[in-house]
Design a protein around this ligand. Sequence first.
Ligand SMILES: Cc1ncc(COP(=O)(O)O)c(C=O)c1O
Ligand SMILES: [Zn+2]
Length: 431
Amino acid sequence: MSEPNESPTSSVDPSHVVSAPAIPEHGWADLLASPTLRCADGCDATTSDETPQTNCPGCGRASLACVYEGGERAGLRIRAQAGPGLIRWRALLPIRSGETYRRVTLGEGDSPLLSVDRLAASCGLGELLVKDESTQPMGSFKARGFSVLVMRALEHGVEELIAPSAGNAAVALSAYAARAGIAASVFVPEDLPRTFVDAARDYGARVTATGAHMAIAGKAAAAYLEEARAAGRRVHPVGTLREPYRVEGKKTMGLELWEQTGGDLPDAIIYPTGGGTGLLGIEKALLELQAAGLIATDARLPRLYAVQLAGCRPLVSVFESQPDGGGPVEEVGADHAPPAASAALGLRVARPASLLRLVRVLQRTGGGAVSVDDGAIESARADLFGAGIDAAPEGAATLAALRALRASGTIAEGSRVVLLNTASMARYVGL
Ligand SMILES: Cc1ncc(COP(=O)(O)O)c(C=O)c1O
Ligand SMILES: [Zn+2]
């Protein structure tokens, strides 16, 4: 009998293979999930996951969400899935086949959770961790959402994907669309650094740079969509929350956080919020782990804090105008002014598609919203680089927010906090 370590195949621990994601060769069918799409904004309409969907068919809002049945069984399946890569969470993902995953993946998922002890000490915290998404394909967390979205679009037979973007989404969508052989058309603000535009074009996307901010790019994308539909093309709009799958990819940040902390979740998570997909995704992950019996039902979930910009802070406005969150949020709280210039490109979203849902996440978890200015972001960015972390302005905004939340006493001394560094600085040239 040979020793277990003698054979080259048996000596490989799948959790240490980092060069290529493991593609499960067997057991795939047992571990698949088929979600129902249900409105997450109150009307409770349901629809099929077998065809591409956009807004809720019941109320017309950007609110369709994947719901997985099977609670405890999902827990068993999650436990059964070893190996690296986002796909090990397939018991809670809408992807239908290993073949789709193999064709489209770029190795997304598994970002490190880094201790930053000196910054923890300077903030008076018990522990400070940075989930570092700068390591993701194309340099941002957008890889997670778009990988899952594009895999499902491939399964649905979509011909072309269309989205407005503040920068990172354009690059991630273009890359995954290239992998899948699907056309991509992206609409970005005209002052976006060329590095983003060039990368998206290199991946073969059609890039239109128009207007001063995302809302204008969004209108151009909507007009293009109408034309393409009128011409009978199988196009699909995939702007923030306009479809249900990007949240599913982004929720893997929350699933990994649970795994990486050994289930000992932090007191607070600070997330840079533009459209809010990541915020919704992280809460969804924790609730699904609870439903799967992997987090105790009476456990207190981390408080979620949204960081916004001093010159673009729709969520903060809602909290200021009605701290108890009782009234009609969409009328009272939203900022209508165009967002001020900022290096934190992804936070320049004045009218998130689902503001009310975002507010509810913050309220449910006992967290809140805070705004920071570009000066505080820049100094936080220097501190993160000083700790060896490549932080884009949006990621650095979380450290600036932490400092504000500590100064106001909102986050208590000795707390354990996780910051989401959502992107690398590499493409933010000239900002
Ligand atoms: C680096 C970065 N951080 C945060 C965000 C905001 O993400 P979300 O839509 O999940 O709020 C974006 C969106 O463009 C981004 O590019
Ligand atoms: Zn609805």
